[in-house]
Write a protein that binds this ligand. Structure first.
Ligand SMILES: [Zn+2]
Length: 275
């Protein structure tokens, strides 16, 4: 999370016209600069940048914001999501509980590739972890389950991408001292709405995705081992309200399968308020 004070400081030092003109050809028109909106298809410019207010606004699709907002929206390739790349992390941590330390080690590796159909991508997200603690102690275990979205919050809407989420199973339902997990995700081409709804409340885009994953825990202990697979999907709808508020409504569903268990299903709905 970037501290708000740092963002403010950064915004005071940069000029939005400089930033945006690196990506969009801008022409001066009166007090503002105008260009073709990079967030929707258009032939005549309705994308306006105000040097006085340090804000951009599109009269065609309603996108707006400051320089940081522009960069975040623009560089999130395909404008709504990362389309390719690699990310990894390795974490060693110790949870100190009731005089005992529970060390844990885990690593994640994500790799994504863009598909040749409009802003569609495939990602493989893998993770593995190990905890040497006493298996009977909850803090010595990793837990998985659920989409992880709360009904209303401001966190990332694609929570199923987290290494500890496992849609279909209930929250923290699957535990183990060691685990291997891999997920395959297909982000379908986003739908962009030209202008759906009334000007005060309009849909900007929708982003559908489907995924399948597999998780194994307690791989070294046959009696405690669990192998679970799941399949699901999620669609995020972005709405603008009165040009000042962005909302993301997410709906998802998933099914988890495990030998010896009836199939489990999860439905998820959440609303994020972005500004
Ligand atoms: Zn636009």
């Amino acid at each position: 999370m970037i501290p708000e004070s740092f963002k403010q400081d950064l915004l005071n030092r940069i000029d939005i016209v400089d930033v945006i003109s690196r990506y969009v050809q801008l022409k001066k028109g009166g007090a503002n600069y105008l260009g073709l909106c990079p967030f929707h298809n258009e032939k005549s410019p309705s994308f306006s940048v105000s040097p006085a207010k340090q804000f951009y606004h599109c009269f065609g699709c309603g996108v707006h914001g400051n320089a940081i907002g522009f960069l975040m929206a623009y560089t999130a390739l395909g404008y709504v999501d990362d389309e390719s790349g690699r990310r990894w992390s390795a974490v060693v941590r110790g949870d100190y509980v009731d005089g005992q330390t529970f060390p844990k080690l885990y690593a994640t590796y994500d790799q994504g590739a863009a598909l040749p159909i409009g802003h569609s991508s495939v990602w493989v997200r893998s993770a593995a972890g190990l905890s040497p603690g006493d298996p009977a102690m909850p803090f010595a275990n990793f837990f998985f389950g659920g989409f992880g979205n709360n009904y209303v919050d401001h966190l990332d809407e694609k929570r199923y991408r987290a290494w500890y989420s496992f849609p279909g199973a209930t929250l923290n339902e699957i535990g183990g001292r060691n685990f291997v997990k891999s997920a395959l995700e297909w982000n379908l081409p986003p739908w962009r709405f030209r202008r759906a709804g009334i000007p005060a409340f309009y849909a900007t885009w929708a982003r559908p995705a489907v995924f399948v994953s597999a998780l194994g825990t307690n791989l070294d202990a046959a009696d405690a081992r669990r192998t679970v697979t799941n399949a699901g999907g999620q669609i995020d709808f972005r709405f603008g309200v009165l040009s000042v508020l962005d909302l993301t409504l997410s709906v998802g569903g998933a099914m988890a399968l495990e030998r010896g268990h009836a199939p489990r299903r999860e439905a998820m709905i959440s609303l994020k308020i972005l500004r």
